[in-house]
Design a protein around this ligand. Structure first.
Ligand SMILES: NC(=O)c1ccc[n+]([C@@H]2O[C@H](COP(=O)([O-])OP(=O)(O)OC[C@H]3O[C@@H](n4cnc5c(N)ncnc54)[C@H](O)[C@@H]3O)[C@@H](O)[C@H]2O)c1
Length: 255
């Protein structure tokens, strides 16, 4: 998709971190951006900065996503771009000091990170499937999912998170294959550690360990680097059905 001016875009989890950086980058390109997030205050604050729309949305709920989709379409028209950044991180050992890992926590992580990504993709692509094509190649839109390098090298304590992101990674190719008939591309970005509120105020020791395990550059990624890759994916029509690592060459150790 080469021309982004006045294109409607949706960013889930756009109230914070990589989602907020992506919403800003899309707005700078001229997109009309709808930020869907559980945190309505933060969503509206970011939306205001970019003259976009902040909508309270729980990506795990069909009703909530359908309602967000309707408000977004009314304000901006059919969304051609979906960047799925809504996500949660919860770590726990399978067999911990206090017993087996919580099944509810496992369920929550899978619901938000995997089911949520599927839910928004299915409803946004359904709406897109009947829209006008953008050009004579039949292009209609692009969907980008935030995965994680934990999908490939999950660490001790990351069974739930790694499983959720592994599911996202596995979903990208079949989704791209199926949605190709509508001219919709599907891609994933698998970041390593990114300096966002999700990582929080980590200890100096942990920061030093992340930095020393990153071949180059020796630092965490910036949310703007995720946004920049998302923009490239949107712009480059041959990128489809793939998950790109964004990690400075990092390969996670067991812990
Ligand atoms: N920060 C990292 O190091 C890192 C690394 C790899 C992958 N990721 C993934 O990238 C994505 C973005 O991460 P981030 O670091 O920007 O996180 P973040 O915590 O800064 O932002 C996540 C946003 O998702 C929203 N959210 C949570 N549950 C939701 C729900 N059910 N419905 C709608 N919104 C919901 C939160 O309110 C928050 O605004 C996540 O999927 C995360 O798992 C993060």
């Amino acid at each position: 998709m080469k021309e982004l001016k006045n294109i409607a875009a949706i960013v889930t989890g756009g109230a914070s971190g990589m989602g907020a950086a992506t919403a800003r980058a899309l707005a700078e390109e001229g997109c009309k951006v709808a930020i869907w997030d559980m945190n309505i205050e933060a969503a509206q604050k970011t939306a205001q900065e970019i003259s976009g729309l902040g909508i309270q949305c729980d990506v795990t709920s069909e009703e909530s996503v359908l309602s967000a989709l309707e408000s977004s379409a009314q304000a901006h028209g059919v969304a051609r771009i979906l960047v799925n950044c809504a996500g949660i991180l919860r770590g726990a050992r399978i067999v911990g000091r206090e017993g087996p890992a919580s099944l509810d926590d496992f369920d929550d992580v899978l619901r938000v990170n995997l089911l949520g990504a599927f839910n928004t993709m299915r409803l946004v692509s359904h709406a897109l499937s009947t829209s006008e094509a953008l050009n004579d190649e039949g292009e209609r839109g692009v969907i980008i999912h935030a995965a994680s390098i934990a999908a490939f090298e999950g660490q001790i304590g990351q069974a739930a998170y790694a499983a959720s992101k592994g599911g996202v990674v596995s979903m990208v190719l079949p989704a791209a294959r199926e949605l190709a008939q509508f001219g919709i591309r599907v891609m994933g970005i698998a970041p390593g550690a990114v300096a966002t509120p999700m990582i929080g105020e980590i200890s100096d020791d942990l920061r030093a360990s992340i930095e020393s395990n990153t071949p180059f550059p020796k630092r965490m990624a910036r949310p703007e680097e995720f946004a920049s890759l998302a923009l490239h994916i949107i712009n480059n029509d041959m990128l489809n059905g793939e998950v790109i690592r964004l990690d400075g060459g990092t390969r996670l150790a067991a812990k």
